[in-house]
Ligand binder design. Sequence first.
Ligand code: CA
Length: 158
Amino acid sequence: MKKLALLLAVIMLFGLFILPVSAHCDIDRNKFECNNDIIYFRKRFSVQASEIIEQSGDSSAVVLDCNGNILESQAIVPTGSFLATMHNGAVADKVQICLMEDVSCDGKVTARDARLALRYSANLEKLEGLSLIAADVDENGKISAADARLILRKAAKL
Ligand SMILES: [Ca+2]
């Protein structure tokens, strides 16, 4: 009987240590408009890091810039940033963030983004990564003058 109690105590103590370690650290993608590990923000002019963390429902999550540096909660989040969960100081799970129309990846929608899209459509500019997704506003798989026009209209709040 004494042995059993001791065994139970050991199991409980072990559980206390194990549980926090095995805590769920995946990002709940269902809390976002998310596809292929990209979270999309549409119809927004900018998004703050704190908003994304709040929406994730995981207060331990962080927003990282494209270089892996943690953004402060008040920072606006550029396209190409990541929402990440950390485990023992390393990234456990991450999804990339795309603010539609933020082609320049500075976290804001301005005429500059329209210009980049227009120049890309005319083969005068190279775009890569999420810029290509952020620029295809009408989501027809191509970046054209029509997209540039939509971006410009948004930047002008029309
Ligand atoms: Ca398009």
